[in-house]
Structures are given as structure tokens and as C-alpha cells.
Design a protein around this ligand. Sequence first.
Ligand SMILES: Nc1ncnc2c1ncn2[C@@H]1O[C@H](COP(=O)(O)OP(=O)(O)OP(=O)(O)O)[C@@H](O)[C@H]1O
Ligand code: SF4
Ligand SMILES: [Mg+2]
Length: 327
Amino acid sequence: MALVEIDNLKTYFHKKNSIFHKMLDKGPLTVRAVDGISFAVDKKDTFALVGESGCGKTTVARSVLRLVEPDAGSIKFKGKDIYNFTKQEIKEFRRNAQLILQDPRSSLNPRLIVEELISEPFYIHGLVDNDFDLLNRVWDLLDTVGLSKRFSELFPHELSGGQARRVGIARALALKPEFIVCDEPTSGLDVSIMSAVLNLMQELQDKYDLTYLWISHNLQVVRHISNKIGVMYLGKLVELGNSEKIFSNPLHPYTKALFSSIHRVEDRKKNKREILPGEVPSPINPPKGCSFNPRCKYRMEICPKKEPQLEEESENQLVSCWLYNQP
Ligand SMILES: Nc1ncnc2c1ncn2[C@@H]1O[C@H](COP(=O)(O)OP(=O)(O)OP(=O)(O)O)[C@@H](O)[C@H]1O
Ligand code: SF4
Ligand SMILES: [Mg+2]
């Protein structure tokens, strides 16, 4: 059984109509942020979600953590639908599934020192027996993420970007979770600090059998860290499967264009970066048929008429494109 199973997830945002919209009499505005995606994350996987800004990655993450309610589909954690959890199961899930965000300095309370920030999850979950034990646990967690005890006295603004990231990781680890959603965990860090944070997260994964849902724009990082990958475009998965396979042989035209930047870095002479024409269409009014069709250089007659489905093209590699699927 997979640790997390997502089946036909749809999460829409229903916006209040603007005056202009009402004048045009176009009906309610619905942002189809996530529009029918399915995938599974096994224990100890690092499952990466990639795609251009606005394609729905964070909305998938928020739905999986029960932070936003989906419109349709199901999300199972250890085989149970997270939206049918009992109160006790929700509490356990809040402990077991954690989030690491892009810049913890903006999400950490600036008035609390590190010791208080790392203690907070224990208080929230009623796990504090005595203050001395708690301080020892905080020091242990700081040690686990490579920070000395002296950091416990500092405020968030006194930390560097890398140190703040480590405090964010310590907080996420405090309650011994199995599953961690990492939304752009290394963005904004310079290369050496980023690789130190990545190494730490890999060591922690091995040590505590962690499972990561990893969201990143940095494809080099994703290639290095993930074993499975889902490529999103306008709220849908266009390619899904084994990372190594997809990075070495991307099939979907969108994946090819997206990955052309890293292939170019690897072999400047052979590969050209592919610049996609046009803008990403609005998720309020996505194109008919294959939603990538207005930007696709391989577009065929069928493409704007009928939507392709995600189908297995080879072992551990699924793609939704009429170049591979049978109409
Ligand atoms: N609370 C919200 N209300 C209305 N629309 C939203 C809300 N959150 C996200 N959206 C819209 O849903 C779509 C998907 O957004 P999301 O943040 O999931 O994308 P993303 O892939 O994480 O982008 P980025 O890479 O920039 O972080 C976007 O069009 C966004 O504007
Ligand atoms: S289905 Fe057609 S438009 Fe869509 S990616 Fe494939 S070839 Fe391009
Ligand atoms: Mg995002």
C-alpha cells in the first residue's frame, strides 16, 4: 500500500465575480488550479512535482495536507481517506504530515527565539511533560540539523538563510513525522548552502525513513534528489513516472521544453534551450482538448478536439499526448 494515494484530485478556487465579468454575463469564475490528477507516493519516496509557476503544485500540496478542501477526488494516507478522518485521526495526521516552506524567516514568528519556535509543536500537541526534558529535545533537534545549542537563544532575524532553513527543518521533524511536503525548500539559497541543506535532508530521510513530496523549480535539484516525478501543466499531470527515465528521455513536448534548460547546461554544443511560444493560458478558461495545444509545435488535428489521458508508454513512464496515445 502506498503511503499517499491521490485519485482524480480536483481543487478549484471559486472567485467572486468582478463588475466587468458580471457585465459580460459569463457566469461564475472558477480557477481550475488542480484539475483531475492521480499519483501515488510510496514510503521513502521523494516524489517531485515540477512545472511552470501557477500550474498548481502548491495547491496539490495544500490539498494533500488538508489545508484546502478539494472539489472532487480522493486523497488517502495509509489507505484512509484524509477527508473522512475522525478528530483523533486528524490530530495524528497533523503530527505525521509536516510542511517545510520556501523561506522559513517569513513563516517563523519574529517575536519568538529558536528554542520557543522548536518547542511550539510540542505545546500544540500537548506533549510537554517538563521544561527540562523539552529543552533537551530542542537541543537534540538543533544537533540533528547541524546547529549548536547557542542558536536556541537567537531570533529569526539573527539567522542566515541556511540557518533559518535548518530551524524550519527542526520544527518539521519535532513530532517525528513520516511524510514531509517540501515546497521550494532550497530556493533563494546560494549553491554551497543549498547543497548542504540537500545533503542534510537526504541524511534525515535515510535516518528516519522519511517520505518527501518535493516541489521545486530547480530541475537540477529535482533530478538529484527525486526517484519519482510528476510534470504538471495547467492543473494536470502530463508526464509521470521514474525520475531517471523521464530526465534521460522526456516524452511529452512540454516536458521536453521544460527540461531543455538542464540538458543544455550538460551539453551546450548539442542541445538548444527550447523557448515555448506564448503565455501559459488561464486556468479559469483552459484550452479545449490537450491544454498544451496552443503552444505545441507538434500539434495535430485531434489535439484541440479531444483530451489525451495519462497512459503508460513504457514501464514506469506515463504520458498524456496524442503522439503516443491511441485516439
Ligand atoms: N487561494 C487562492 N484563490 C484563488 N486562486 C488561487 C489561490 N491559490 C492559488 N490560486 C491559483 O491557482 C493556480 C495554481 O496556483 P499554485 O499556487 O498552486 O501554483 P504553483 O504551481 O505552486 O505556482 P508557483 O510555482 O508560482 O508557486 C494559479 O492560477 C493561482 O493563481
Ligand atoms: S496532444 Fe498534441 S498538442 Fe498536446 S502535447 Fe501532444 S502533440 Fe502537442
Ligand atoms: Mg507554489
